[in-house]
Design a protein around this ligand. Structure first.
Ligand code: AMP
Length: 187
């Protein structure tokens, strides 16, 4: 089963992705984590993206797509993909469809964790203290939220009328969100 978790930064995608990975024996594909790793490794990609990441801007599709394509075409991960933070642009959504189709896969469910800006700001401030993420100062948070909502609107429109699109109230407690997702997936 392949799942897309969609929603602004701080909506709980990562937490739900980890739950699903355990339940479904799948792989969490967090583009944010993968990109942060590149920066930590100080790789060529890391050097190219550090400024974008720190400013809360999207990294070039060219870089992100290459990472994602390798994962989709990995036979060990076939039908075990939990996307967390991808796709974020309409081009990424279209590419995802093409690559999945090409490898005889599909998106089984898209979960939109819908949560308002005030809740996000409170949550990210808490996470900032726990995880010491350098891109999490308040200005960046607001920029990331606004940018996500603006830029991903076409992606939301692209998915929202599909029958496998499920909107979930992302302001609920983690356990409540988990059980809503579980009951839809019947796991
Ligand atoms: P996240 O951890 O998902 O909030 O992502 C952190 C940052 O990584 C974002 O603010 C972007 O700079 C970058 N990023 C993550 N996923 C993508 C993506 N699909 N496309 C472009 N940039 C991304």
């Amino acid at each position: 089963m392949n799942i897309v978790l969609f929603g602004p930064p701080g909506a709980g995608k990562g937490t739900q992705a980890k739950n699903l990975v355990n339940k479904l024996n799948s792989f969490q594909i967090s583009t944010g984590d993968i990109l942060r790793d590149e920066i930590k490794k100080d790789s060529d990609v890391g050097k190219r993206i550090i400024n974008y990441m720190n400013e809360g801007k999207f990294v070039d599709d060219e870089i992100v797509n290459k990472i994602i394509k390798n994962i989709i075409y990995d036979p060990n991960k076939k039908n075990k993909l939990i996307f967390d933070g991808y796709p974020r642009t309409i081009e990424q959504a279209k590419n995802l469809d093409i690559w999945l189709n090409d490898t005889n896969q599909k998106i089984n469910y898209i979960f939109f964790l819908n949560v308002n800006k005030e809740t996000i700001i409170k949550r990210i401030e808490k996470r900032k203290i726990l995880e010491k993420r350098s891109d999490d100062d308040l200005n960046t948070i607001v920029k990331r939220y606004d940018k996500y909502m603006d830029t991903t609107k076409p992606v939301l429109d692209y998915y929202s009328d599909k029958s496998n699109f499920k909107e979930i109230d992302g302001s609920l407690e983690i356990d409540q969100i988990t059980s809503k997702i579980s009951s839809i997936l019947k796991v």
